[in-house]
Design a protein around this ligand. Structure first.
Ligand code: PNS
Length: 165
């Protein structure tokens, strides 16, 4: 049984994240989407909300489980008995940060491997931060987030004008 872990802030999960989860879940027996709970950093959505959105958005993938973690990712990996970290890559600009993260994790836990899955071109410009900003200022985020996330964005940032779909 090979279990991979796809960690992230997922604040909120986007269609780009879902694409990576779909591809990763087809490669392994089980994929654990691990939502970071970082009490030092204020997220837009609580860890429970982020987990709920991720759960709804991946309900079509039977081998995906959603969990949260606090502290070091490598400690969570060991607890989950997984040696595979999945990360998505959008553009070259992601690489420096991801390279640092992967090497730090390898230093901490040499038995764990980080595998990168390249996003689809249609999602290459998406980020949770940009989506929240666009939504907040009334822009359309159609095709960027799943329906459950759209609903929660609307609750969090009530509409200011009619341009938003
Ligand atoms: O979606 P993100 O914010 O790019 O995900 C980053 C994440 C959660 C993978 C990373 O910040 C993380 O693993 N944090 C847990 C703390 C940790 O293990 N740090 C050591 C590596 S620098």
């Amino acid at each position: 049984m090979i279990r991979a872990v796809y960690p992230g802030s997922f604040d909120p999960i986007t269609n780009g994240h879902i694409y990576i989860a779909e591809r990763a879940s087809s490669l392994f027996d089980e994929l654990c989407v691990a939502v970071l709970h970082n009490p030092q950093k204020r997220a837009t959505f609580s860890v429970d909300e982020r987990q709920a959105m991720a759960r709804e958005a991946t309900s079509h993938l039977p081998n995906v489980r959603i969990k949260s973690f606090e502290g070091l990712l490598v400690d969570f990996m060991r607890k989950e008995q997984s040696r595979i970290i999945i990360r998505g890559l959008r553009a070259l600009s992601d690489f420096e940060y991801e390279f640092q993260l992967a090497l730090m994790n390898r230093q901490l836990a040499p038995e764990i491997e980080t595998l990168f899955i390249v996003t689809d071109a249609q999602y290459s410009y998406l980020s949770s931060r940009a989506i929240k900003e666009v939504f907040h200022f009334g822009g359309s985020v159609q095709g960027m987030v799943p329906p459950g996330v759209f609903r929660r964005l609307r609750e969090r940032f009530p509409p200011k004008n009619s341009f938003r779909e």
